[in-house]
Design a protein around this ligand. Structure first.
Ligand code: PBG
Length: 324
């Protein structure tokens, strides 16, 4: 059927009809809100390049979690800023480290919030790399035991899901084994499976105080031109026991997200990263774009491309709009 018999504009004539035929709908249920926690009491510092996003102490974090829950957001992703960094990132697997304490405190009164912890060494190491350094590069196999141990301490503290973001080969398998051996077979793994070596992480590294002190992350994070390799990465993680797989960043990698969605049945998450957030915020502030509309358009695009879950710093802002 062609024009004039068929007129696609008929189903666009007003917002009610448009909603009726919308193929994709955003839902607060899919959002995961990333949060930064730091040691101390009653402190709250806005991240310079991420307006509206804070590094805060546990007491204030818990206050914000109450707000997050009221908005209908069901899950948070936690990043820790330790009081002290060293070569081995030892606060990362200290049972009284910042993340472990934060998770215990959150879970005391908020059993209904899904707590996901980022498992990676870069926030805790003095050199800012995601693993143990040997001969000037991150040593894959030495790093694995540390990641497994870190995951176990998160599970012991009460994390529902651990999310390894380091991109070491074989980490999902060793983490699964460590959790299972210690009775945490119900703690899930959301793996940063296709995580690219991206300049879009810049603002996050300011927030987490974690830029690499030498070199970059290109020997472990994925090379931006590759999509078939991303499928191999996702496949490995699923075989090793990942429950949810992730593509990161989101908007510049929607083709990767779509490919992962079509290839696998597992839930696929997309991480709209710090730089994606900052760009929209900055242009919005300058009055160059309509921040709210662009935000919602990016999120629905991520969903349309195939994301089941969306990790986004916009979770609260978008929830407010969806709840209107
Ligand atoms: C830790 C980690 C990073 C992000 C999530 N976990 C930074 C990095 O790999 O350099 C980035 C998140 C963001 O930019 O919002 N490895």
């Amino acid at each position: 059927m062609y024009f004039p018999a068929y007129r696609p504009r008929r189903l666009r004539k007003n917002s009610i009809v448009r909603e009726l035929v919308a193929e994709t709908k955003l839902s607060v249920d899919d959002f995961i809100y990333p949060m930064f926690v730091m040691p101390g009491k009653n402190k709250r510092v806005q991240v310079n390049s991420m307006p509206g996003i804070y590094k805060q102490t546990i007491d204030n974090l818990i206050k914000e979690i109450r707000e997050v829950k009221k908005l209908g957001i069901k899950a948070i992703l936690l990043f820790g800023i330790p009081s002290h960094k060293d070569e081995l990132g030892s606060e990362g697997y200290d049972k009284d480290g910042i993340i472990q304490r934060a998770v215990r405190e959150i879970k005391k009164k908020n059993k209904d919030v899904i707590v996901i912890t980022d498992v990676c060494m870069c926030e805790y190491t003095s050199h800012g790399h995601c693993g143990i350094i040997k001969d000037g590069d991150v040593d894959n196999d030495e790093t694995l035991a540390h990641l497994a141990h870190m995951s176990l301490t998160h599970a012991e503290a009460g994390a529902d899901i651990v999310a390894p973001s380091d991109m070491m080969d074989g980490r999902v398998g060793v983490i699964r084994e460590e959790l299972d051996e210690n009775g945490f077979e119900n703690v899930a793994i959301m793996s940063y499976s296709a995580k690219y070596a991206s300049a879009f992480y810049g603002p996050f590294r300011e927030a987490a105080e974690s830029p690499p002190q030498f070199g970059d992350r290109r020997t472990y994070q994925m090379d931006p031109p590759n999509v078939r390799e991303a499928i191999r990465e996702v496949e490995l993680d699923i075989k090793e026991g990942a429950d949810i797989v992730m593509v990161k960043p989101a908007l510049p990698y929607l083709d990767v997200l779509r490919a992962a969605r079509e290839e696998f049945d597992h839930p696929v998450a997309a991480y709209q990263v710090s730089g994606e957030y900052s760009m929209v915020k900055a242009a919005g502030k300058l009055g160059w774009i309509d921040e709210e509309l662009v935000m919602m358009e990016t999120l629905v695009s991520i969903k349309r491309a195939g994301a089941d879950l969306i990790l986004t710093y916009f979770a609260k802002d978008a929830a407010k709009i969806l709840n209107r």
